[in-house]
Structures are given as structure tokens and as C-alpha cells.
Design a binder for this molecule. Sequence first.
Ligand code: FPP
Length: 263
Amino acid sequence: MWDIIHKFFNKVKDKGDLEKVILEIKKGQIPDHVAIIMDGNGRWAKKRGLPRTAGHQAGVKTLKEVINLSKQIGVGYITAYAFSTENWKRPKQEVDFLMSLFERVFLDELDNFNKEGVKINIIGYKDRLPKAVREKVKDVMEITKDNKEIVVNIALDYGSRAEIIEMVKEVSDDIINNKLSVNDIDEELISNKLYTTEQPDPDLLIRPGGEKRISNFLLWQIAYAEIYFSDTYWPDFDTEIFLEAIIDYQKRERRFGGLKKSR
Ligand code: FPP
């Protein structure tokens, strides 16, 4: 079997090989939740003499491929970082482009999401987005809410510290209004007050684009996630690299603070 995997990764790829690689990967542990920091779009575009916006546009294609592949191998949840609470500081033209890109994708891909059984869940401060984006966010979440194949959280105007602040406010409010007592506070309660409520924590966090940082993404939720960094810019992050990340994850030994079994 490793022959096929090697052949595939040595770029003698055909569809049959990909299917065999997927079958082999499915014999191992599959991360239930994969979080992705889609980084490197701007540099990808610059390298080609294109405007940064062309990189974001190309990044959509990669995201669609990764969702598709994730579904095939049995990943249950993806969380993709599309726009951070800090990204408002970018030039207006880039912010405007991204907002209209989100709007367009939520509209144009709706049928596809339904056909593929993709449930879209937008996480982040929704009230600061332009009205047209807010409307599409509401529609895409409502229309895809019963889809069961895979949940895709899209982090839009998302920041983990902001999420934690919202959670603290909600918990404090519940205590003041006698809906909760201080002793009720535990990990499960906190987890369920975050945007990813009722979802498993990410098992694997992938960051393409060469930077090795977390950038205020899912700080609570990634406490025990395995992290995979790649130098490839997000628009070039193809099937092969995604599967490499999964294979790498399968080789890790997750101990969650305990000891190796043999000790
Ligand atoms: C970071 O790369 C990327 C972003 C801020 C935008 C990511 C958005 C997409 C890929 C579009 C996804 C669309 C939907 C609907 C979910 P960067 O621009 O910071 O790259 P750089 O570090 O090379 O400048």
C-alpha cells in the first residue's frame, strides 16, 4: 500500500490512486475536527504579480477542495479562519473585496453545499459585518442547518479573545440573574458558551503560509490539538498536502497530558 501512497506523493497521480490513498488513510485515526488558518493568499498573489485580492479568490477554490476531501475521509467538522477581528485594519479596498467575496460565495455555493450535505456555521461577531453579508450569513446558516455530512464553521470577524470576553459576560450575567452558581462553572460549561458549542474540540490545526503562530484563533478549543505547519501558501495547498497533514497527524501519539502507554 505504501507503494501507492509514495507513487501518489511522487506525483504519478490518477484518480484511482487517490481513491486507494483515501481508503488507506481511513484505516487510521481520522481527526474529527480540523481547524485551518488560511494564510498566504497575499504572498501567493504577489509572487504572480497579481493583486492580493486574486489570492483570496484562489483561496476559495482550495477551501472547497479541502471540504470535499475532508468529507471523503470522514472529518466531521472544519473551522476555517476567513476574517479576523484584526483584519478590519487592512486597506478598505481589500476589506471591501473580502466582504463581497463572502457574500458571493454564500450565494453561489448554496446549492452545492446542500447537494454535498455541508452545514455552514458562521462564527464571530455577526453584527459588525455589512448588512448584505449579514443577510447571506443568516440565509446560508438557515438553509444548510439540516445538512449532515460535514459541519463547516467559517470564522468571520472572529477573534478568540473576543469570543472569550463574550462568554465571560454571558456567564456573569447568568450568575447575576441566579441562573447559574459559581460552582457550576466547569470546562464543559465554558466550552458550550463558545461559538463552537456542542462541537468536539479541534484534533488538528493546520497553518499553511510559513508563519508559526496561532493568531488569536480558537485559543480555548485547541488546548490539545496537534499542530501542522506548512510553508505552502493557502491557494497552493492541494489534495496532496492536505493528505500529508492527515498522515502526519496519524503518526502522532496524543497523550492529553498523560503518559505513553508503554511507560
Ligand atoms: C490570510 O492571508 C487570508 C485572509 C485574511 C482571507 C482568507 C479568506 C479566504 C480564503 C476566502 C474564503 C471564503 C469564504 C467564503 C469562507 P493573507 O492575506 O494574510 O496572506 P499574506 O500573509 O500572504 O498576506
